[in-house]
Write a protein that binds this ligand. Sequence first.
Ligand code: ZN
Length: 185
Amino acid sequence: MIRPIIGYGHPTLRKIAQPIDKSYPDLQQLIADMYETMYAADGVGLAAPQIDLSIRLVVVGFRPYDEKTDTYGEPTEEHTLINPEILAFGEKKDYFNEGCLSVPDIHEDVLRPTTIRLRWYDEQWQLHEEDIDGLFARVAQHEVDHLDGKVFTDRLSPIRKTLIRRKLNDVINGKVRVAYRMKRR
Ligand code: ZN
């Protein structure tokens, strides 16, 4: 089931999300819903707070895009992150153009470490502790920020923040049209 996504300005996006355990009700269905919601919105990552659930759960998925047909293929990589924790950041940083399903129409270069050491449980409750890089490391950092009540625009320079303020206000006021289901506060 596709769940509505909440937008910038909704208070749940500013809460510190709570860890979950195996007793969390209907967890497998929730995870399936999160993948469905993310892919329906053409996203590569979705954190539970974005569907108004303040818990530490994230899905990440990459699908090949075919420009000719404007369609996506089957996912080549998927990661369900339960209670993810960034244990260490690599020294090297770079910029990457980020967007967010909760902050539609805004894309900005964000400086982040290129590698992290990440610990998480997967959907089978297997514990992982891995050094990750590339797009997975980028998306994981963006999504863990959501669990800590942060959005990517918080990480922009003061001047960039000023420049996008009007666009952010449009998101807050529901003036931005999106192709997926969004829920106002
Ligand atoms: Zn986001």
